[in-house]
Design a protein around this ligand. Structure first.
Ligand SMILES: CC(C)(COP(=O)(O)OP(=O)(O)OC[C@H]1O[C@@H](n2cnc3c(N)ncnc32)[C@H](O)[C@@H]1OP(=O)(O)O)[C@@H](O)C(=O)NCCC(=O)NCCS
Length: 198
């Protein structure tokens, strides 16, 4: 299977993701376009959306089925949520002189899960990240997101930190990371076509 991936510029990508999250009600967190633009406005980032046909559409016209946003995080963050994230990663992820990427949001619509769309987006983001000089990708999830934890394991992310939530074990936070050595892309499995969305 070949995956069709659209790479979006900030504003159209933010609106597209707001639309996907609002209309498909299948994702645990919802971000508005304004939040996405605010977060990504002054930092390097990548917005990718995979498209595939609806199973019962005879025209075979592709629709958005999976999405992912990654962005850089820096040791000297001023955005409170990111400053907090960097503080929590202290002693776990080395920021000194290294470019670190954060896998912020992503998901696949229910009917298209398990078909490799998220792997394809992740592999494409890794190729982009290596070309941009990033050395490590970090991601945060929760114990209760079993699907995401399983997928991250399958994509070879390593758990680097666990923050227990004694009141609700499902809410415990899990931090994972993946190093991006130059040879990583040789192990990639998806065949992808990437187009730049207007
Ligand atoms: C997690 C999620 C993005 C995965 O998307 P997807 O498109 O189904 O993932 P893929 O099909 O690309 O799967 C990638 C790999 O994980 C495996 N995988 C997928 N879902 C899995 C599951 N539920 N359990 C175990 N493995 C799974 C696939 O087999 C594949 O492995 P392989 O390529 O080595 O064969 C999707 O399930 C989702 O959107 N979940 C809801 C959102 C969510 O939980 N967000 C958490 C907030 S942090």
């Amino acid at each position: 299977m070949e995956y069709l991936i659209k790479q979006y510029a900030l504003e159209p990508g933010a609106w597209e993701i707001q639309y996907i999250e609002e209309n498909f009600g299948e994702f645990p967190r919802r971000k508005t376009a304004a939040e996405i633009i605010d977060r990504l406005g002054d930092r390097e980032s990548l917005i990718l959306i995979a498209e595939a046909p609806l199973p019962d559409d005879p025209t075979g016209a592709p629709v958005p089925v999976s999405y992912k946003i990654v962005h850089e995080i820096r040791a000297d963050e001023s955005v409170p949520k990111l400053r907090d994230l960097v503080a929590r990663l202290a002693g776990t992820v080395a920021f000194d002189g290294r470019r670190i990427l954060y896998q912020w949001i992503g998901g696949t619509r229910r009917d298209w899960r398990g078909q490799g769309h998220f792997r394809a987006l992740t592999e494409e983001s890794e190729v982009w990240a290596m070309a941009a000089g990033f050395e490590e990708v970090v991601v945060k999830t929760k114990n209760r997101y079993y699907d995401m934890r399983a997928v991250l394991a399958q994509l070879q992310f390593n758990v680097v930190k666990h923050e227990p939530n004694p009141g609700d074990i499902g809410e415990s936070k899990v931090y994972l990371s993946k190093l991006l050595p130059a040879e990583l892309a040789r192990g990639h499995r998806s065949i992808r076509t990437v187009v730049y969305a207007e």
